[in-house]
Design a protein around this ligand. Structure first.
Ligand code: GLN
Length: 197
């Protein structure tokens, strides 16, 4: 089985490292071309800049085939910018243009809603199915989850606030598990997607 990490922009090496540490050598590949898609069983959409990633997806002719696979139930975990690209609705951001999205995760988000880069922070997060101590959630110019629709359910919380949602095999997190030296969230997603622990 093969795990892909969309590798056009953003924290790609961190996702490759997090997923790679859990799986046999050669199982994790950097997705850059449409012909690679057919071989993949699951995908990570990294954090980065959602407008840039969307533009590069179109430029690489990946947008349409990826949208098609997502409609067919392709398991995907999007972190931060990745969450934005999966969201059903992006509420207008006061900070300029918003990207198009795949609209497969029933959630409404607003980009950069926790503030600028300087206002990035780390906070404990509780993740559904992740046992032990709270997960160290790293938030960098993160989107805020404004509301969760009937076709999705929360899977991560920072206090009372929802910071992660899931709809079937599609997961979106406002924080960056790939930046924490802690594989529990990647492991949980892969297990839920049918990978051996
Ligand atoms: N602010 C970025 C965006 O809107 C997301 C930030 C991130 O992925 N760390 O795309």
């Amino acid at each position: 089985m093969k795990v892909g990490v969309l590798a056009l922009q953003g924290d790609v090496p961190e996702h490759l490292r997090s997923a790679g540490g859990l799986l046999p050598e050669g199982s994790v590949v950097a997705l850059r071309r449409p012909e690679q898609l057919a071989d993949l069983d699951v995908l990570f959409l990294p954090g980065g800049e959602s407008t840039t990633i969307a533009r590069l997806l179109h430029g690489a002719n990946l947008w349409t085939p990826l949208a098609q696979r997502l409609r067919e139930g392709f398991p995907v975990l999007g972190t931060c910018a990745g969450l934005i690209l999966l969201a059903r609705e992006i509420a207008p951001s006061p900070f300029g243009q918003d990207p198009p999205s795949f609209e497969v995760l029933d959630v409404r988000v607003r980009r950069n809603d926790y503030g600028s880069q300087r206002e990035s922070f780390e906070a404990p997060v509780v993740v559904d199915g992740v046992t032990g101590r709270p997960f160290p959630g790293i938030f960098i110019r993160s989107p805020r989850i404004l509301s969760v629709g009937p076709n999705a359910h929360p899977v991560a919380w920072r206090g009372e606030e929802i910071v992660g949602v899931r709809s079937g095999n599609v997961w979106g997190l406002a924080f960056h598990p790939e930046l924490s030296d802690d594989p529990r969230v990647h492991r949980r997603f892969l297990e839920e997607s049918g990978f051996p622990p």
